[in-house]
Write a protein that binds this ligand. Structure first.
Ligand code: SAH
Length: 206
């Protein structure tokens, strides 16, 4: 996975590569899809949701340029794998997941993999961020938003970085937002396909 899926496509951050090498991805997916855990594609984890493709997790983590001291907000925690990668690159991760069963599964997986202390899993709607533990040095949104999420970006420190898939329900662009000295800039990193962000700041689908 490291060589074929990540390095050849431009993942260069050594810390991201070693986190992805060390974290057992198969422990985060349901037993029925364990054989597909390292496939170069999203894999179904139940409840109509997926675990992101390894390359996408690596690319999003690399965009955040984490050094180890940061508090990171993840919106769309799913089964917890992406949160584990972020936790091994930063000091603390707050991971919000809207499907209560998945939040519970994510929490269990993260504990079993030894990340219980570094990751706070919150069951609820993260489409407007999570104000109780804000601000965040970095924000990673793992579900597709209809537009830039101003409420979430209001919880970002200055300087700070956020990655958010923005577009329609079927197709999006991964946008990297940078806040620095009071100015916010953004650029498109790549095209992508995520499941829709639900809830108040998302598509409201419930
Ligand atoms: N980060 C995960 C990706 C999970 S897919 C990984 O490691 O692979 C995206 C997740 O976002 C789904 O589990 C979905 O239930 C969740 N989601 C969708 N809308 C949400 C919202 N408003 N708040 C929190 N989670 C949300």
């Amino acid at each position: 996975m490291l060589d074929k899926q990540l390095e050849r496509r431009g993942i260069r951050d050594r810390r991201v590569l070693s986190a992805m090498a060390e974290i057992p991805r198969e422990l985060f997916v349901p037993e029925s899809v364990r054989a597909q855990a390292y496939n170069d594609e999203p894999v179904n984890i139940g409840y109509g949701q997926t675990i992101s493709q390894p390359y996408m997790v690596a690319l999003m983590a690399q965009c955040l340029e984490l050094t180890g001291s940061e508090t990171v907000l993840e919106v769309g925690g799913g089964c917890g794998y992406h949160a584990a990668v972020l936790a091994s690159l930063a000091a603390k991760v707050v991971s919000v997941e809207i499907v209560p069963e998945l939040a519970e599964e994510g929490r269990r997986n993260l504990e079993a993999a030894g990340f219980g202390e570094k990751v706070v899993v919150v069951a609820g709607d993260g489409s407007e961020g999570y104000a109780d533990l804000a601000p965040y040095d970095a924000i990673s949104v793992a579900a597709a938003a209809p537009a830039v999420l101003d409420k979430i970006l209001g919880q970002l420190t200055d300087p700070g970085r956020a990655v958010i898939p923005i577009g329609s329900m079927d197709e999006q662009e991964l946008v990297l937002v940078r806040k620095s000295q009071g100015t916010t800039t953004s650029r498109v990193v790549t095209r992508c396909r995520f499941v829709p962000l639900r809830g108040g700041g998302g598509w409201r689908a419930g």
